[in-house]
Design a protein around this ligand. Structure first.
Ligand SMILES: NC(=O)C1=CN([C@@H]2O[C@H](COP(=O)(O)OP(=O)(O)OC[C@H]3O[C@@H](n4cnc5c(N)ncnc54)[C@H](O)[C@@H]3O)[C@@H](O)[C@H]2O)[C@@H](O)CC1
Ligand SMILES: Nc1ncnc2c1ncn2[C@@H]1O[C@H](COP(=O)(O)OP(=O)(O)O)[C@@H](O)[C@H]1O
Ligand SMILES: [K+]
Length: 482
């Protein structure tokens, strides 16, 4: 599991560690890791031109000590000081001793143009609000520079705890972060500014409960349902799909396509697209009665392509089994009914649907995904999976939010959300919790999207067809192949 911790937690862990170590030891660990990453990117350190953008806090101190290490190896290092009289004194002295030089903000543009490597030490976890004008100008230079840009701890200008970006922010090729990932490094739009992320261990002891978690192959493998010798289709779980309409029969077919690859023993379909479903997937149990009379299921998916069929949504929400609500179902579901359910509910909006439910603009949701997903989960008393370039899954009672980044922008194709809802519903029927079903489905769906696209456009049905490959890939990391 990859984890990320908030600034407050990092500060607490740093304080307790610093109390046990000689002064400056933590910063030396950080600077050593940072310098090693820079040297690796440069290839040849001797003779290279390195520019440090140095703010007035310890983030600038890290940059200065790392710059001193590079200068000792023969790099020409110049530090641009944002606040010369408030620069980290030890770091500045170390750089000077190593032969580095100092410049003012006015010289930054020319220096950055000629640099091989720019190190962003403007602000780290101490940054408050949008960057101030001088800092913002330096950050903007990083966007036009041809040099390699390495951010120290965080790209300056992004919010560590939320991934929000207000105004100018550094755009890095690599972010070298210390002690733990910060939530912002894993959530768009900040994630995009970070480039690749390298974690340097500085010995922080962090609490067990993280603020953000990202499943890895082995975590997914451990959660995937696998049939035992005594299994039959009912024990594996039956998922009911109430989706599609005369206008959108394809949504039903795609949701069933996802569900058939999701680990349930059988897929039951109710709705007006039965013949389209059976023509494509003869193994589906098709019913022409409503959800309540369709026969037993262990979980329902309702909403994809449902049009205005509010009655079906209401009927499904009455069932005492986990329910996944997607697409049109989100608009049609009554909030108090969802809140009053005793069995768990998983809602799967994209940013536009989440915005409509929250009464804000789509841009607001995309700019503040973490806030939006937590708010929706709290309002509906349901687990919410917010789709997009990074998918977030939040439980209503708080706890670590799951983040998934296995996807690819090729997944932004009509119907791929229907495949995801079927897949997640099937995992619910196989008795995963809403949080696990949502995050495992997002993981496999993202991976399947990569396999399906492989650098070229793919349709939603291709994504569904690639789910078994993603599943095998994830299981490959475990020693439980069956
Ligand atoms: N505390 C520790 O033990 C360690 C801290 N480390 C580094 O220290 C950083 C945190 O240092 P600080 O707490 O000094 O904080 P930062 O250096 O991140 O930022 C604080 C400084 O930036 C200025 N600033 C804040 N918001 C700004 C804005 N919007 N625009 C322009 N300037 C702004 C403040 O005036 C202040 O001087 C970490 O990100 C990490 O890089 C590492 O050396 C590891 C060890
Ligand atoms: N830029 C992106 N990067 C990665 N995944 C994306 C991106 N855009 C969309 N996706 C994923 O593609 C799927 C699209 O679902 P959705 O928006 O509901 O589409 P539809 O309604 O057409 O089925 C979601 O799983 C979402 O997370
Ligand atoms: K920084």
């Amino acid at each position: 599991m990859r984890t990320a911790y908030s600034v407050e937690t990092v500060r607490t862990a740093e304080r307790s560690l610093m109390a046990r170590l000689p002064e400056g030891a933590l910063m030396q660990r950080a600077a050593a890791g940072l310098a090693a990453a820079c040297a690796q990117l440069l290839g040849r350190v001797y003779g290279s031109r390195v520019v440090l953008l140095v703010g007035s806090g310890d983030n600038g101190g890290d940059a200065l000590y790392a710059g001193a290490r590079l200068a000792r190896r023969g790099a020409g290092v110049t530090a641009v000081l944002l606040a010369p009289d408030r620069t980290h004194p030890g770091g500045l002295a170390a750089l000077r001793r190593a032969g580095g030089s100092v410049a003012g903000v006015g010289e930054a543009e020319e220096l950055v143009q000629r640099a091989d490597l720019v190190v962003d030490g403007i602000v780290g976890i101490g940054g408050k609000g949008g960057l101030r004008p001088d800092a913002a100008r330096l950050a903007a230079l990083s966007e036009t520079s041809r040099a390699i840009v390495v951010a120290v701890d965080l790209p300056s200008g992004v919010e560590a705890d939320s991934g929000e970006v207000r105004g100018a922010a550094v755009r890095a090729d690599l972010t070298v972060t210390f002690g733990t990932h910060k939530p912002g490094l894993l959530i768009d739009p900040a994630r995009e500014h970070a480039g690749s992320v390298r974690l340097v261990d500085i010995g922080l002891e962090l609490p067990e409960k993280a603020d953000l978690e990202a499943l890895q192959h082995a975590d997914v493998a451990a959660l995937l349902p696998a049939p035992a010798a005594e299994s039959d289709k009912y024990r594996r779980g039956v998922v009911g799909i109430a989706a599609g309409s005369a206008r959108y029969p394809g949504a039903a077919v795609l949701a069933v396509a996802g569900a058939l690859r999701g680990g349930a023993g059988a897929v039951r379909y109710v709705g007006p697209a039965g013949s389209a479903v059976i023509a494509r997937f003869p193994e589906t149990l098709v019913s022409d009665r409503g959800p309540a009379k369709a026969g037993r299921v262990q979980a329902w998916v309702v909403g994809p392509g449902a049009g205005d069929d509010a009655a079906t949504v209401a009927e499904v929400l009455e069932a005492d089994v986990p329910v996944l609500v997607d697409a049109d179902g989100l608009r049609l579901a009554d909030r108090e009914t969802v809140r009053g359910r005793t069995a768990p509910t998983l809602m799967t909006p994209h940013a536009g649907e989440a915005a409509a439910l929250l009464g804000v603009s789509r841009e607001e949701v995309e700019g503040a995904r973490l806030t939006a997903v937590r708010e929706l989960a709290a309002r509906y008393g349901a687990t919410v999976l917010l789709k997009g370039s990074t998918t977030l899954v939040a439980d209503p009672g708080g706890g670590p939010v799951r983040v998934n980044a296995t996807g690819t922008p090729w997944l932004a194709t009509a119907g791929s959300g229907d495949v995801l809802s079927g897949l997640a519903g099937s995992l619910l029927a196989a008795r995963l919790s809403t949080r696990d079903a949502g995050s495992v489905a997002a993981y496999l769906h993202g991976l399947a999207g990569r396999y399906a696209a492989n650098g070229a456009p793919a349709g939603a049905h291709d994504v569904a067809n690639a789910i078994p490959q993603a599943w095998r890939d994830a299981r490959g990391a475990a020693s439980v192949r069956g």
